[in-house]
Design a protein around this ligand. Structure first.
Ligand code: SAM
Length: 247
């Protein structure tokens, strides 16, 4: 198995040497601009935990079967699907709404020699029909509290295309919601658990304390098995988010 430092070194090399003008990275009209996908791909703390979880998941699946089919939904520059291919997956479908990010990922994957194992689909991953059932679904389309981005809708939609015993990364979440009054003082907190293998609902913005004006979400994701990553541990993933209450 390739070490994280080697895999990451090759990818970061590509990112450094394949420069795109800043204004072109800021493309508008899609779910996220290429610049956001590049920012995530440079977050090495996040990358290391995803690498560990994806390699462990592929190894686990390969104990039961020869070929592991992967879907990377909201693939950005393709880094997470690449990890699955480096770990020995047979094929990966890269689903991405932004054609510029998808094109960039095509370049990266070609450079690494995985062109024949990759399928690129420009789509909305909340509605796309997949041609083949998958063994592993990866989706890093996340914000803390599911405040923005489409993780909930993507995973709720794509779950139907998974084989029996397929794996979803992240597997689940523990979300702590802290209610604060208008001065920012804490009024109370509650924690909910969310399981990616069952239908997910976005947490409601309703509150227990009538004086609460804001809700702050702190989220811990279980990527796979006992591999976790939570708000505050890295720069691009699940940073704490504060929203106004619905009242
Ligand atoms: C936060 S970035 C992360 C990219 C990549 N998964 C990674 O971890 O490096 C999320 C990506 O998902 C894409 N995306 C968000 N919602 C999507 C949707 N409904 N369908 C397809 N792509 C989507 C965005 O365009 C963006 O490139």
């Amino acid at each position: 198995m390739i070490a994280f430092e080697d895999a990451n070194g090759m990818i970061q090399n590509y990112l450094t040497n394949t420069l795109i003008a800043q204004e072109k990275q800021m493309d508008k009209g899609y779910k996220l601009p290429l610049s956001d996908a590049l920012f995530c791909a440079r977050d090495n703390v996040r990358n290391k935990m995803f690498f560990k979880s994806i390699c462990t998941a592929v190894e686990t699946l390969k104990k039961k079967q020869d070929k592991v089919m992967v879907v990377d939904a909201g693939s950005g520059v393709g880094i997470l699907g690449v990890y699955a291919l480096l770990a020995g997956a047979e094929k990966c479908f890269f689903l991405e709404n932004n054609p510029h990010s998808l094109e960039y990922s095509r370049g990266l994957i070609g450079k690494l020699g995985y062109k024949d194992k990759a399928h690129f689909i420009q789509c909305d991953a909340t509605t796309v029909e997949l041609p083949t059932p998958y063994d592993l679904l990866i989706s890093e389309t996340l914000t803390s509290g599911f405040v923005d981005e489409d993780f909930v809708e993507i995973v709720n939609h794509l779950r139907q295309f998974g084989k029996t015993d397929s794996i979803i990364i992240p597997e689940g979440f523990e979300m702590t919601v802290t209610e604060k009054d208008k001065s920012g003082a804490e009024l109370g907190a509650s924690t909910v658990k969310i399981d990616s293998y069952s239908p997910i609902t976005r947490p409601a913005k309703t509150i227990k304390n009538p004086q609460a004006k804001t809700l702050t979400y702190h989220t811990k994701a279980t990527l796979f098995d006992d591999i976790t990553l939570e708000s505050g541990e890295c720069i691009s993933f699940l940073n704490e988010r504060t929203v106004q209450t619905a009242t």
